[in-house]
Write a protein that binds this ligand. Structure first.
Ligand code: R5P
Length: 323
């Protein structure tokens, strides 16, 4: 039986307890403390419960709003290693900085690569849920640690089958095409893909295909991430003007920056569902699709040496080649 100790960073305690419960019959699992103290001057002190010999240490921290979390995260990982953890893994259901996967303008950081280098230096392995992969096709093109990706598609499709009659899946941009089609196939629904142009953080223009080909179907907008909410709002505005049936909005990662949740509702989302990767809004009315079992299974697979994506050698990655 694998032996592991989960170390939740603040805000991830319930998530760690849920994973521990899901693993209880399959692993010797404990949940230990990781205390993060912030000094008045803004510096941070991390204190972890001493890892027991022979156990894997697994830090649990979802990485929305990543900047204030990253320093404590790296300090915890480094300390666990110094104190003798066999390996230090990371369960980060939302993985930050994946969207800036290229230098769009001269001088910009390729944040996805910088962040990957940082985490890869401190952790031996990583489990995350549907990272935003677009120009980069696999995490192993960025990360030099062992990675497993949990795919939300089967759970999203189950949720749609249980909650929506005659759905029409709408992928809100070309990036969503592949996995919107996957969810649609699993849910036995047709799919259409919107053309999106983003002009700024909060400025999005969408061209929605003709929906008359799918009469009597409930629009189900399916995005991987809701951040400002503008991607969904642009499509919702279009649907409202065309008197479509009340639409459902589903996202894997509900970041809901600022007023996004309110704006998506106001634009006409009749129902909203997100997975549990981000502690979204304890807001009533947002349905949460639970991925605990899938995440726990990924942990077991990782500990059994069956990581879903093998990491390339460090030598390959450190060439500095553009992904
Ligand atoms: C974009 O590439 C993603 O797939 C999402 O569509 C995007 O991150 C959503 O952002 P927002 O909610 O700010 O429009």
């Amino acid at each position: 039986m694998p032996a592991l100790t989960l170390y939740p960073l603040p805000g991830n305690e319930e998530r760690a307890q849920a994973i521990a419960r899901a693993l209880a019959d399959h692993a010797d699992v404990q949940v230990a403390e990781c205390v993060v103290h912030r000094f008045p001057d803004g510096e941070t002190l991390v204190r972890v419960q001493h890892p027991e010999a022979g156990r894997q240490a697994v830090v649990v921290c979802t990485l929305n709003d990543p900047d204030p979390k990253t320093v404590p995260l790296l300090m915890a990982a480094s300390t666990l290693r110094e104190l003798g953890a066999v390996e230090v893994g990371l369960v980060a259901p939302y993985l930050a900085y994946m969207r800036q996967d290229k230098r769009f303008l001269d001088g910009q950081a390729v944040s996805a690569r910088v962040y990957a280098k940082l985490l890869s230096r401190y952790f031996d392995w990583l489990i995350t849920v549907d990272p935003h992969l677009h120009r980069i096709h696999e995490l192993s093109q960025l990360y030099t640690l062992r990675c497993t990706v949990v795919h939300a598609a089967p759970r999203l499709a189950e949720w749609i089958k249980d909650h929506v009659e005659r759905p029409l899946i709408i992928g809100p941009d070309s990036e969503s095409a592949q996995w919107a089609a996957d969810v649609a196939a699993r849910a036995g629904a047709p799919v259409v893909i919107v053309e999106k142009t983003r002009m700024g953080d909060k400025e999005v223009r969408s061209t929605v295909p003709d929906l008359h080909l799918h009469p009597g179907r409930t629009p189900v907008l399916l995005d991987d991430i809701v951040s400002s909410g503008r991607t969904l709002v642009a499509v919702l505005d279009h649907l409202r003007q065309r008197h479509a049936l009340p639409p459902v909005c589903i996202a894997v990662h509900g970041l809901f920056a600022g007023d996004a949740l309110h704006e998506v509702r106001f634009a006409g989302a009749a129902k909203l569902a997100v997975t549990d990767t981000v502690a979204t809004a304890n807001d009533e009315g947002v349905e949460i699709i639970d991925l605990t079992q899938d995440t726990a299974q990924a942990v077991l697979d990782m500990l059994a040496g069956n990581a879903a994506q093998a990491a390339p050698t460090r030598a390959t990655i450190n060439t500095g080649a553009q992904p």
